[in-house]
Design a protein around this ligand. Structure first.
Ligand SMILES: Nc1ncnc2c1ncn2[C@@H]1O[C@H](COP(=O)(O)OP(=O)(O)OP(=O)(O)O)[C@@H](O)[C@H]1O
Ligand SMILES: [Mg+2]
Length: 254
């Protein structure tokens, strides 16, 4: 039997450096995001995870190279074929908009005061169904729970279908029981739609269960990268987090 060829990377980072406020935040980051995989980006608060995602969507200027091997143009301010769910919403979630309005603002080119077309409503409905929050269509954005808001943002990030989905702590507002469902949704988006996922997470048990590859940042540099079984060891985790960590898998009820 011939050994399997290693998966071709969808993104390769070579000697990536980002400076913010005159301070080096990322230094010499060389890593690959494997095509078709779920790659988890882990590290302490302030280690540069969000900065790395924002460099990928051209929000921060960088040194070194970010190469996408998918034939799309990634030099534009917001590159096509990338879906991004940020760690924080920079727009005010208290906007007096329903979820239907919020989606229509992105989907439709006509001003909202003309009303939402039937086609846009149907599209929004199917986008919300895909991520399991169809019932939120007419809920004001400010009335969404943290977990519902994350799913609505995920619905937006999936339209049009991206090659690469960047998720910055997507499960931060989700309760323990919702966590498994959320990660299963991500896994099905990865498997069924063939979307490559790069996600930031502090939940090492979820990373162990759902990620194919783990990228560890420490102080803006890559500490280690590889499959969870090789990376999530007590020794590696003490190097990444500076403290001893033992993994106790979640036991979910059925
Ligand atoms: N716009 C900015 N200007 C200056 N410094 C910044 C800016 N954005 C982030 N930083 C700094 O860069 C470092 C890395 O921040 P980043 O948000 O990437 O960390 P993170 O790993 O995502 O942390 P967390 O787990 O808390 O989300 C921090 O020290 C932060 O203060
Ligand atoms: Mg962050």
């Amino acid at each position: 039997m011939t050994p399997e060829a290693p998966a071709r990377p969808l993104v390769s980072l070579r000697d990536l450096g980002v400076e913010l406020g005159g301070r080096p935040i990322l230094r010499g980051v060389t890593a690959n995001v494997a095509r078709g995989s779920i790659t988890a980006l882990i590290g302490l608060n302030g280690s540069g995870k969000t900065t790395l995602l924002r460099a990928l969507v051209n929000e921060y200027p960088h040194k070194g190279t970010i190469q996408f091997h998918c034939g799309h143009d990634h030099t534009k301010p917001y590159p096509e074929a990338i879906g991004y769910v940020p760690q924080r919403l920079t727009l005010d979630a208290r906007l007096p908009l329903t979820v239907a309005d919020f989606l229509a603002l992105t989907l439709s080119r006509r001003p909202l005061f003309f009303g939402i077309s039937k086609a846009t409503t149907a599209k929004s409905q199917s986008m919300l169904e895909r991520v399991g929050v169809a019932e939120c269509m007419n809920v004001p954005v400010e009335g969404l729970s943290g977990g519902q808001l994350q799913r609505v943002l995920l619905a937006l990030a999936l339209e049009p279908r991206p090659e690469l989905l960047l998720l910055d702590e997507p499960a931060a507002g989700i309760d323990f029981n919702g966590l498994k469902k959320f990660y299963e949704l991500i896994a099905s988006i990865n498997k069924e739609l063939g979307v490559t996922v790069l996600l930031v997470s502090h939940d090492l048990n979820m990373v162990q269960t759902y990620a194919h590859d783990v990228l560890c940042l420490r102080g803006g540099s890559i500490q280690c990268q590889g499959p969870p079984s090789e990376i999530l060891t007590p020794i590696n985790m003490s190097l990444v987090f500076g403290t001893e960590i033992h993994m106790f898998p979640h036991r979910f009820g059925t």
